[in-house]
Structures are given as structure tokens and as C-alpha cells.
Design a binder for this molecule. Structure first.
Ligand SMILES: NC(=O)c1ccc[n+]([C@@H]2O[C@H](COP(=O)([O-])OP(=O)(O)OC[C@H]3O[C@@H](n4cnc5c(N)ncnc54)[C@H](O)[C@@H]3O)[C@@H](O)[C@H]2O)c1
Ligand SMILES: [Zn+2]
Ligand SMILES: [Zn+2]
Length: 346
């Protein structure tokens, strides 16, 4: 089959590789009909995620049809149209039994396109299929369902739920890529008083406005002054970091109010300074997190009911064998205006 193979920092290509096969009785093989690219894939290419070995097929998001199941897969069969979650869970370990699949102790967690071959390919082997796949209702189109592999559950769980957004809050989201935009969309479910999006790219600030941000601020402008100005000098109730660089995390800790929440979503490759000499007195809650995807069934019901602005989160569509072009367009989002790019089997 054809697949997007990582060859070390800065290097990848669309290669011919062996078809995946069932390795464990809990595996399923899925024919990939739709996949996409995540900001995390860009971090891998930058060298920020050194566990990814050269030779790994990238990608952790897909919608497709099961072609084969291992003997121990009980909930799915060949022919089922499914969502492939970015997180796999054994279902049995201490964390999985608490719904914290991201921390699975038995070989699950974020493995696709990280520790095992991923979804930017014609076929993918999905470990622990019973807990890593979700059956899709016919009425949910694949180009919307794909947003449930990662960005909607991530923004919702790691941003909105960890950040404890409550009605009336001032919420600032630093980084308005697909994850930050999905955070704008899912924060609105809690009726905050005001949502502010911060980014370097005008195209992404425009998208944040379309998705319901009340204010947008260029990251190079005086973000601190702006947030002080709209909060009576206090700072924001909830601040989410959706970039993954030290400057933006440090900005988040400067614009949160005493007693507020900073929810880090970004994948970081470098240390960020935690200024405890200023922060110790501020009663802050700072959370970090890998998504668990325990919210996926609820988000799927919301998507099927038309309660999530999925169509507004995607821009470009490519054929599977134009994967390298899709990477080029997604990685130059400031110029291309790309949000989530949809890649379909032709
Ligand atoms: N925690 C998790 O489970 C999880 C899951 C998926 C993705 N992520 C991470 O979330 C982050 C966002 O993902 P994405 O797909 O939206 O990525 P992306 O690269 O498309 O978006 C990042 C955005 O940040 C903006 N930006 C860059 N530097 C900035 C700065 N200094 N200040 C403000 N904005 C700045 C960019 O213009 C861009 O719009 C990434 O770090 C990704 O790895 C985390
Ligand atoms: Zn991702
Ligand atoms: Zn587990």
C-alpha cells in the first residue's frame, strides 16, 4: 500500500510499504477513506516528539471501513464504517477503567502515528479495536466525523473541561489553529461571557471570528493589556494554550486572573518557564493533558444533531496520493488559509 512515512526530522515521503496485518486478536484493519493532518504531525516533523522512529507511518485520525478483525474483537465486524480515535485503550488497566484511555498502561494511549504505524495510509492496523473505534451513523459525513478523531475531543476535554469553563467566564484561547478553533466552538457550549482568540496568522483570527470568538488579538500586539482592559484589570477566568511553544504558555500564565485556570493543550518540545515567584500567590490551577477521547460518544451525538460547527473547521480537500501537497498547504496555513485539511481516498 501507499503511506506517508516519517524519515527523521524534516523528512517524509509518500512511499510503498507492506500492507498492515492483524498482529493481536484485539486488532482490526481499517481501509482509510478519510484522514487529515494534525499540528502534532508538524511537531513530529520539527523533531519535538523524539519517540517517533524513522520508518513510522504518520497520522492518528481516520474514518474508514473495517476489512478484517482479530478473533477477540467483539463489537465490530468487516464492513462497519468507523471512526478511528487518536487514542487506543486496552479497557482493562487502572486508567482505562477510569476512562483515562490516554494513559493506558497496557500498550494503548496515543500510539497511532507515534509508536506504531498510523492512519495517513491506504490501510491501518488499529490495536484494541473494541475501545479505539466508534461506529458512525450514516447521516454523519466522513469529512465531519474526522474531526472527532482528535481535535474536537482534545479541545473539549483538555481545554474546556480541564479549564472548567463556566457560564459568564472570560475565556482566552492562545493559538487559533484547528485545536484552538475547536476550543472556541466547544467553549461556547458553556455560555462564557466573552471568548478571545489570539494568533499570529490573520487567516486564523478571521476563522476564530467566524466560529464565534467575540474578540481576536494578534499575538504580537499587547495581549496582556487587552485582557486587562476587558476584565477590569483582573485577567481571564480561563486561558487555554493551543500552540505548544514556551512564549505562548508563559503568556497564558500572565493573563489569567488570580484563582483562574490555565489549560495547556499544546505539545511542547522545549521547556517553558514557570514563574513561581509571581504565581505562587495567585491560587492558579494549571492543567496539562493528553486527550482521553472519553467524550467522543457524546460529541458524536452532538455532531449528528448538528450542534457542532464542523463544516466551518475544514478548508481544503485532497486525494490520498496528494498527501505531500496537503502537508505543504497545512504547514503554511498563514499564507494558504488552511484550517483542517480533508484527505480522501479517490
Ligand atoms: N494535548 C493533546 O492531546 C493534543 C492533541 C492534539 C494536538 N495537540 C497540540 O495542540 C496544538 C495545536 O494544534 P493545531 O492542530 O491547532 O496546530 P496548528 O499548528 O495548526 O496551530 C497552531 C497555531 O498557533 C499559532 N501560533 C504560533 N505561534 C504562536 C504564538 N507565539 N502565539 C499565538 N499563536 C501562535 C499558529 O499561527 C497556528 O495558527 C499543537 O501543539 C498540537 O500538537 C495536543
Ligand atoms: Zn493530533
Ligand atoms: Zn488500558
Amino acid at each position: 500500500m501507499r503511506a506517508l512515512v516519517f524519515h527523521g526530522p524534516g523528512q517524509f515521503s509518500w512511499d510503498t510499504v507492506p500492507d498492515p496485518a492483524i498482529q493481536q486478536p484485539t486488532d482490526a484493519i481499517v481501509r482509510v477513506d478519510t484522514t487529515t493532518i494534525c499540528g502534532t504531525d508538524l511537531h513530529i516533523l520539527k523533531g519535538d516528539v523524539p519517540e517517533v522512529r524513522p520508518g513510522t507511518v504518520l497520522g492518528h485520525e481516520a474514518v474508514g471501513v473495517i476489512t478484517e478483525t482479530g478473533d477477540a474483537v467483539g463489537s465490530f465486524q468487516a464492513g462497519d464504517r468507523v471512526l478511528v480515535s487518536c487514542i487506543s485503550g486496552c479497557g482493562r488497566c487502572r486508567y482505562c477503567r477510569e476512562g483515562a484511555y490516554g494513559q493506558c498502561l497496557s500498550g494503548g494511549g496515543w500510539i497511532l502515528g507515534h509508536l506504531v504505524d498510523g492512519t495517513q495510509a491506504e490501510y491501518v492496523r488499529v490495536p484494541f479495536a473494541d475501545l479505539s473505534l466508534h461506529k458512525l451513523p450514516d447521516e454523519v459525513p466522513s469529512e465531519q466525523a474526522i474531526l472527532l478523531s482528535d481535535i474536537l475531543p482534545t479541545a473539549y476535554e483538555v481545554g474546556v473541561l480541564n479549564g472548567r469553563v463556566t457560564p459568564g467566564d472570560t475565556v482566552v484561547i492562545v493559538g487559533a489553529g484547528p485545536i484552538g478553533l475547536a476550543a472556541v466552538a466547544t467553549a461556547r457550549l458553556y455560555s462564557p461571557g466573552r471568548i478571545v482568540a489570539v494568533d499570529l496568522a490573520q487567516s486564523r483570527l478571521d476563522a476564530a471570528k467566524r466560529l464565534g470568538a467575540d474578540d481576536v488579538v494578534q499575538a504580537e500586539e499587547d495581549v496582556e493589556g487587552f485582557v486587562r482592559g476587558i476584565t477590569g484589570g483582573l485577567g481571564a477566568d480561563v486561558v487555554m494554550e493551543a500552540v505548544g511553544v514556551p512564549q505562548s504558555f508563559e503568556l497564558c500564565t500572565r493573563i489569567v486572573r488570580p484563582g483562574g485556570h490555565v489549560a495547556n493543550i499544546g505539545v511542547h518540545g522545549k521547556p517553558a518557564a514557570l514563574h513561581l515567584e509571581d504565581l505562587w500567590i495567585k491560587n492558579l490551577t494549571i492543567t496539562t493533558g493528553l486527550v482521553d477521547t472519553s467524550s467522543t460518544p457524546a460529541l458524536l451525538r452532538m455532531l449528528a444533531a448538528g450542534r457542532l460547527p464542523a463544516a466551518e473547521l475544514t478548508t481544503h480537500t485532497f486525494a490520498l496520493d496528494a498527501m505531500e501537497e496537503a502537508y505543504d498547504v497545512f504547514s503554511r496555513a498563514a499564507e494558504t488559509g488552511a484550517l483542517k485539511v480533508v484527505i480522501n481516498r479517490s
